[in-house]
Design a binder for this molecule. Structure first.
Ligand SMILES: *Cc1c(COP(=O)(O)O)cnc(C)c1O
Length: 836
């Protein structure tokens, strides 16, 4: 039996035990039976991001498609027969939605809107409109564990406070009169999956007349029923997103308790369809006659601005039917996901490193068997055996390679992150001052995570999703035995090396141009001539495009002809190559139709010259199927003013890098690929070509990973040297085959096992060229012989506590960039652009 099969079998046994806690939970086998048919998009994929969106079934899409094909749906605001048909369907769906939550249409209405956030904003606008002379009059209390969309109401309130669960419990129980306020909280935290009591709404109404409850139910309803059968204790407003319940359609709703709806009527704005009288222009604005009168009736009449998303509402009708056909009801989904969640939670909690320390911190104080307090969404971070954290971005990269889909980062829950990451306000502000931004790659700052890994289950999750996730954790993150010390495996050697290949990437993120061996190529302090001098920019965003987002860029092949001074670009799909004069930037040249453009590369803002000629933008747009054009970066001696970040060791003064990723040149040792491929071949994976590392200079070193010790490579026949600046951090970009642009898990998976330091994976060395000549330039050629000077690794670097996660590596504390420069500041931002 394979390791996976053993793990799965033990999980299955345990699941059968766990399911006894949840009567009706045992439909894992049913889902397994229909999943391949209903959710073919899940084949080979481990999808654990249902809290972001769950998935739609094939039969739902078929049902919607045939309905739309067979029927004529007019705009509901017209009054022709097709319009009436639409209106009828919308009315029916409205009632079905209410029934889904046991909400009596006599007491409740549902207002369709874009998403949960739009629903929340409708409520906020209503409260804000009740303003006095001095502005807003309403008080706001929001749970500390709230989504950003609830936090966003705070600036609109006269007085706003965030409360934790204990404080909120006290708040709803303490009696107070003559106040006007809104209390908002999530029924289930979008971050930790913790659930908060529905009873707060009834308590608040009883004890604090004048206060209203806005329940953010988006997290809860993905996997759980919501019962609004008692209108007297139900929340006044419930916001939710239907795509989180059914995967489709992209639609949100605000369920309004009719008795509380008056506040929403007072919002200032009105849109088409929400008024029964309107006059424009109005001649006598001072006569105090109204220029519009809002529609009377149910909240949706005066809150749904303009044409409702009627095709989506029709699709929602099908979604409800299809979902109940597949899963019966949300009670059953809840039992199923709680059972799987309990299993996952228990096993993760129990995972230990070889030295007995915990592998996972799970951020909740609840147990999922307590369904009222914890749902099937979990936030966590992983720890290494020494107790330090694994960066969630490094984790995400590896998970992506294994096709595991989940959410990492701040999770749109600022209060939850502060609480669970133990970040005080000043730390969050300091991190911001140091450059941390929502959604970026800075996962660890000063040793603390800036966010978390979130795993969330849904109706179509199965035991295999859990097993695959756990097997992934076991494979990469459980340190079984004491690690080998860093230096044990390699003794130093002497010797020389030869340059076996020189490559440049004239267009950033596109294919390499290999310098013909017969040719000496110019090299300068900022790197090889024409390396990353051009780039592609997206016409919509103006951003420099990279291979991570557009793997097909690897198929665009630039070459440089110095005799004719042209850059030629070819691509298989397009028969005709594109030629661009290299000296195009000379203003007298007829081709110089470029315009300046602010763009972004690796987080830096740069000014590039974009080619506005149609033949150029069309060529690239056709090649990639993306609206884009070519741009050039000025090749001035200062590299256009973009400099290397100083986290790499030994940068004396500023080193210009233009559009290069992190440093002027990247050097790899061809020999180092051998042990990686050997290990890949034992697992039956796809062997890697050295080209995936997108280096500039390939050296035939004396032995694998010798480059970790290199300080300098000195050219035999000139006084010039390449000074090494530190190891190059890698991400799953190295999984893109440079000839086919296809992705595979290798070599990243194997490299991660073989060459990980502090959760980061390294291959190759950054470098810069240093010449004796006055202009700091020189020429290099394939075959050049290099004398290697090394650093002495026989110092007691193992004392620093740095060692490999497993396997044999020669990276040591001395050369690992993150230990050379303890502030993690510069680092994560670059991870996004390594190897583009
Ligand atoms: C997803 C989610 C939201 C935001 O939903 P949108 O559809 O993006 O507006 C708000 N709150 C919670 C608890 C969520 O899970």
């Amino acid at each position: 039996m394979s390791e996976y099969a053993v793990l799965r079998a033990s999980l299955k046994e345990r699941l059968e035990e766990v399911e006894k806690l949840y009567p009706g939970a045992s439909y894992n086998a049913e889902v397994e039976e229909f999943r391949g048919r209903e959710y073919p998009q899940l084949n080979g994929v481990t999808y654990l991001d249902h809290a972001a969106t769950t998935l739609y079934s094939c039969s739902l899409i078929d049902a919607v498609s045939s309905d739309l094909k067979q029927n004529l749906f007019g705009n509901p605001h017209s009054l022709c027969p097709s319009s009436l048909e639409t209106t009828r369907r919308i009315q029916d769906t409205r009632v079905r939605v209410l029934h889904l939550f046991n909400a009596d249409p006599e007491h409740f209405d549902v207002v369709f809107c874009g998403n949960t956030t739009a629903a929340i904003k409708l409520v906020a606008d209503g409260f804000a409109a009740q303003s006095g002379k001095s502005g807003s009059t309403f008080q706001y209390r929001v749970h500390a564990d709230s989504h950003t969309s609830l936090v966003g109401i705070r600036p609109m309130a006269a007085d706003s406070q965030a409360l934790d669960s204990d404080k909120m419990g006290e708040f709803v129980r303490s009696k107070r009169k003559n106040e006007f306020g809104l209390m908002a909280y999530p029924a289930q935290s979008n971050m930790t999956g913790q659930r908060h009591p529905l009873s707060w709404a009834g308590d608040l109404r009883r004890n604090r007349p004048g206060w209203y409850t806005l329940l953010d139910a988006a997290g809860l309803v993905t996997t759980s029923p919501l019962d609004l059968s008692d209108a007297s204790t139900a929340p006044d407003f419930v916001a939710l997103s239907f795509y989180k319940m059914f995967g489709y359609p992209d639609l949100g709703g605000l369920i309004v308790r009719k008795a509380s709806a008056g506040i929403l009527r007072s919002r200032k704005y009105f849109g088409g369809g929400t008024v029964s009288f309107v006059i424009n222009p109005f001649d006598h604005p001072s006569n105090n006659l109204p220029h519009a009168i809002r529609k009377p009736g149910d909240p949706h009449e005066y809150l749904e601005d303009g044409t409702v998303p009627f095709h989506s509402i029709i699709a929602l009708d099908h979604a409800i039917s299809d979902h109940s056909r597949l899963y019966v009801n949300f009670k059953r989904i809840s039992q199923h996901t709680q059972a799987l969640g309990t299993l996952l939670f228990e096993v993760l909690k129990a995972r230990k490193h070889g030295n007995g320390t915990d592998v996972v911190d799970i951020y909740t104080d609840q147990h999922p068997s307590n369904t009222a307090c914890q749902g099937a969404t979990f936030a966590m971070n992983l720890r290494k055996a020494d107790g330090s954290f694994v960066g969630f971005n490094d984790f995400l990269k590896l998970a992506s390679v294994r096709d595991i889909h989940l959410r990492t980062g701040g999770l749109c829950n600022p209060g939850g992150v502060m609480k669970w990451m133990d970040l005080s306000e000043w730390e969050v502000r300091k991190n911001f001052a140091e450059g941390k931004r929502c959604g970026d790659e800075w996962d660890l700052m000063n040793g603390k995570p800036t966010g978390a890994i979130r795993i969330s289950l849904g109706a179509m999750s199965t035991l295999d999703d859990i097993a695959r996730f756990l097997s992934f954790i076991d494979e990469f993150y459980v340190e079984k035995a004491e690690s080998l010390s860093a230096t044990e495996l390699f003794s130093s050697s002497s010797g020389t090396a030869r340059i076996s290949k020189i490559s440049i990437y004239p267009i950033k993120s596109c294919a390499a141009f290999d310098i013909p061996p017969s040719r000496a190529w110019k090299i300068m302090i900022q790197g090889l001539e024409y390396d990353r001098e051009f780039c592609l920019i997206h016409q919509g965003t103006g951003k420099v495009m990279d291979m991570k987002m557009y793997p097909k860029m690897a198929l665009i092949r630039p070459s440089i002809d110095l005799e004719t001074r042209t850059l030629s670009i070819s691509c298989q799909q397009i028969s005709k190559a594109l030629r661009i004069p290299l000296d195009d930037n000379i203003p007298t040249h007829s081709h110089s139709i470029t315009k300046k453009c602010n763009s972004k590369v690796c987080g830096d803002t740069v000014v590039v010259q974009a080619y506005s000629e149609k033949r150029i933008s069309e060529w690239f747009s056709n090649a990639l199927g993306v609206p884009c054009t070519l741009a050039r970066y000025p090749s001035t001696p200062d590299g256009g003013g973009r400099y290397m970040k100083n986290h790499l060791r030994q940068s004396n003064g500023e080193i210009p890098i233009a559009l290069r990723n992190e440093s002027p040149i990247l050097v790899v040792n061809r020999k180092s690929l051998d042990p990686i491929n050997e290990m890949i071949s034992t697992t039956g994976g796809k062997l890697s070509d050295i080209s995936v590392f997108r280096s500039n200079i390939i050296v035939d070193g004396p032995q694998p990973f010798d480059e970790d010790k290199w300080l300098q490579l000195q050219f035999r026949n000139s006084g010039s040297t390449i000074q090494l600046l530190g190891p190059c951090r890698r991400c799953h970009m190295i999984c893109i085959d440079q000839t086919t642009s296809e992705r595979s898990p290798e070599p990243f998976v194997t490299l991660s096992k073989l060459r990980t330091i502090n959760g980061k994976v390294y291959f190759g060395q950054h470098g810069t060229f240093i010449s004796e000549s006055d202009d700091q330039t020189g020429f290099i050629q394939v075959g050049d012989e290099l004398d290697i000077s090394r650093i002495d690794l026989d110092t007691s670097d193992t004392d620093s506590g740095e060692s490999c996660s497993s396997g044999n590596t020669a990276i040591t504390a001395d050369t690992a960039v993150d230990t050379a420069e303890p502030a993690v500041k510069q680092e994560p931002a670059q991870a996004s652009c390594i190897l583009q």
